[in-house]
Design a protein around this ligand. Structure first.
Ligand code: FPP
Length: 259
């Protein structure tokens, strides 16, 4: 159980070299752009794919820490619609790795009460990966401890386009009146339908952009970017991001209560 946060001169108190968090102010949904695997591998004279492989261990650690806190929903960016522009070798290696994760680590996730869902356009993914996704989703569908959305062949714009297409279809079939369409109805057609928007988006690797991740859903999300490369992003870095989030005042367009 985490002790309650104390603030000293604007800094969170730390215990055992880890930031101490306020359990009553944890985010309900954290999104993560896991960037920097290639740079991490290059710095060690390794092929880029070894960086992705090292990244899988950090992802597992992140899921375990989130489950323990708890942060009940994680959405992680594993492969974007733009990642097809990488070499065929790297793309295939990433898909093989995703398949391996779903196959070899599934029982562990399942025992820990994790529900796995894949968001993104899965039709273009290799058939064997699609089958592993279906198996993982159906095996973990009853788990309630935490939800992990893995964004695979996901793009925020593509998701908004597919939502618009299905919305138009519903109008054409007479199931939806265009005058009824509001933000909530539109959001119900996105691949994240039914989920709260992310409270916090973490990006490793230092780039200051969203890279087409959760464009609609991130309208009021707090952003936290670190230079730390994804294969170095451990429990302590995650807790630091959460401690920083807990210092923020979320206004959602309102005037500050401190003014
Ligand atoms: C970005 O780093 C990372 C990716 C495109 C892949 C992320 C994938 C994992 C962490 C593997 C785990 C997940 C699954 C389920 C497959 P980059 O290659 O762009 O790094 P760079 O910016 O240093 O080149």
């Amino acid at each position: 159980m985490l002790p309650v946060l104390g603030i000293m001169e604007g800094r969170p108190l730390v215990a055992n070299d880890e930031p101490v968090l306020d359990p009553s102010r944890l985010p309900g949904h954290v999104a993560v752009i896991m960037d920097g695997n290639g740079r991490w591998a290059k710095a060690r004279g390794l092929p880029r794919t070894m960086g992705h492989r090292a990244g899988v261990d950090r992802l597992e650690e992140l899921i375990r820490t989130a489950a323990e806190l708890p942060v009940p929903i994680l959405t992680v960016y594993a492969f974007s619609t733009e990642n097809w522009r990488r070499s065929r070798w790297e793309v295939e290696a990433l898909f093989r790795l995703a398949e391996e994760v779903l196959h070899q680590r599934l029982d562990r996730f399942n025992q820990e009460g994790v529900r796995l869902v894949v968001i993104g356009q899965r039709e273009r993914l290799p058939g064997s990966l699609q089958r592993e996704i279906e198996r993982a989703e159906s095996l973990t569908s009853g788990n309630r401890r935490m939800l992990v959305n893995i964004a695979l062949n996901y793009g925020g714009r593509a998701d908004i386009v597919q939502a618009s297409r299905r919305l138009c279809q519903a109008v054409r079939e007479g199931r939806l009146d265009p005058d009824q369409i509001d933000e909530a109805i539109f959001a119900s057609f996105l691949s994240t339908a039914g989920l709260p928007d992310p409270d916090l988006l973490i990006r490793t690797g230092g780039e200051l952009r969203l890279s087409n991740f959760l464009l609609w859903e991130s309208a009021y999300t707090e952003l936290w970017v670190t230079e730390c490369l994804w294969p170095d992003f451990g429990r302590r870095e995650f807790l630091m991001a959460l401690a920083d989030y807990q210092k923020r005042e979320r206004r959602f367009g309102r005037v500050s209560s401190q003014v």
